[in-house]
Design a protein around this ligand. Structure first.
Ligand code: PMP
Length: 444
């Protein structure tokens, strides 16, 4: 066999070669069709091969693709920053462009730390996050992530940032039920702040709806208002990691809109360019930038490709496409329908413990026993079984959890916002068939 050169996620697996994508489908070299029910890694929100975006790409490439941000600014980058500020909760945001979600959260962390330094409070450098969370793979982002499997190899290089309880109602870390919990998980942030001392804490970071680490985990009502209130009371910046939830995915432009909270910083990635180009951003509220503008006047972050006009033009075209076609509303409506259809399925398969999510960021969690919510043994690799079986059928799902302390087996179902009625039928049918086969394998 010919030797390989590309390092792929699994080195002992033969991946099909993709040929092209159109709308909600991807096609491999054998002409097999895959319904992209996960939008890849919850990224391709507007579907594949969108003509308007390809045109914008072409148009910008004819002008200029790259300039170094220390030498030039560009119209697409300026327009994109303005657009994001207009769209983000409450407005009044600056944008710092980067190339991946990990860079966006790490840049948010760095700007938060710099904010306090400029105010003469350099002891405020810790960033609190939650167990069952994922904020990215670079060392700073991993330091803020409660994702045991992804951290394990690099523990000596990671900051020991404290982790607080996640708002994971299906497996409440506080041992309560949603109706009488009083959002005790949010109080856990306050306990941690008191223990560590607010004078050491720069920020708290959270995904509005928890994605990769747990699977579309929606917090109880009142959770984020309380979190924001605690952050304000103790002078801690609140970073919303909207890399997965951002730009329409949850049926709102930004996930935090559901709870009426204006974050101090926001990390964006994935959906802001819908996979048409690597593009991500850290949004920074005016009041966070203020001491930097009056202090050192330089944000200590950035990458060669930051704010390149090519990516900015593509991202702008994606945002305009989402607005013009009412896709945020579509995500809300289609999400409601898909959620109820997945719930219907849950009634028929005892291994489905929970179906949850917001908009078109949905997940199905699997359990060995519904009553006790006991998860399957890790050795069974239940999540991978489900995604593999679905893949064989031509249905793409995103594996969540699996290897995260305190989280069960789950898959994310997050199709593009443009998914049609027939495609949704197809999705549910293939999910149903997948369940039949997995049930056969794992139940006696
Ligand atoms: N934050 C969240 C919430 C994410 O879901 C992800 C990616 N799964 C990241 C950060 C990291 O983004 P990237 O893979 O683009 O670095």
């Amino acid at each position: 066999m010919e030797r390989e050169h590309l390092i792929k996620p699994l080195l002992n697996y033969r991946y099909p070669t993709v040929q092209y994508g159109k709308g909600s489908y991807l096609y491999d070299e054998n002409g097999k069709a895959y319904l992209d029910a996960s939008s890849g890694a919850v990224t391709a929100g507007i579907g594949h091969g969108t003509a308007e975006v390809i045109e914008a790409m072409h148009e910008q490439a004819q002008k200029v693709s790259f300039v170094y941000r220390s030498q030039f600014t560009s119209e697409p980058a300026e327009r994109l920053a303005k657009k994001l500020s207009d769209l983000a909760p409450g407005g009044g945001y600056w944008s710092f462009f980067v190339n991946s979600g990990s860079e966006a959260t790490e840049t948010a962390m760095k700007i938060a730390i710099q904010h306090w330094q400029e105010k003469g409070q350099s002891s405020k450098y810790k960033v609190l996050s939650r167990r069952v969370s994922y904020h990215g793979i670079t060392l700073g982002a991993l330091s803020m992530s409660g994702h045991v499997l992804r951290r394990r190899r690099f523990i000596p290089l990671l900051e020991e940032f404290p982790l607080v309880a996640p708002p994971y109602c299906y497996r409440c870390p506080m041992g309560k039920t949603p109706s009488e919990c009083g959002t005790a998980c949010a109080d856990d942030l306050e306990s941690a702040v008191k223990r560590i001392g607010a004078e050491h804490i720069a920020a708290f970071i959270a995904e509005p709806v928890i994605g990769a680490a747990g699977g579309a985990i929606v917090p109880p009502e009142g959770y984020y208002r309380k979190i924001k209130e605690i952050c304000e009371r103790y002078e801690i910046l609140f970073i919303a990691d909207e890399v997965m939830t951002g730009i329409g995915r949850t049926g709102a432009m930004f996930g935090m809109e559901h709870w009426g909270v204006e974050p101090d910083l926001i990390a964006l990635g994935k959906g802001m360019s819908a996979g048409y180009t690597p593009m991500a951003a850290t949004l920074v509220k005016d009041h966070v930038m203020e001491p930097i503008l009056h202090g050192s006047k330089v944000v200590m972050a950035g990458h060669t490709y930051s704010a390149n006009p090519q990516s900015a033009a593509v991202s702008l075209a994606v945002l305009e496409y989402i607005e013009k076609n009412g896709l945020v509303q579509a995500a809300e409506e289609k999400g409601r329908e898909l959620l109820s259809r997945l719930m219907e399925l849950a009634g028929r398969y005892a291994i489905i413990g929970d179906v949850r999510g917001k908009g078109l960021l949905l997940a199905v969690e699997f359990v060995a026993d519904r009553g006790s919510k006991e998860p399957f043994p890790a050795s069974l690799g239940l999540t991978a079984r489900v995604t593999d079986k679905a893949f064989e059928k031509g249905l793409l799902l995103y594996p969540a959890a699996g290897g995260v302390d305190g989280a069960g087996d789950a898959v994310i179902v997050a199709p593009p916002f443009i998914i049609s009625e027939e495609e949704m039928d197809e999705l549910v049918r293939m999910f149903d068939e997948t369940m039949v086969e997995v049930m056969r394998e794992v139940t006696p």
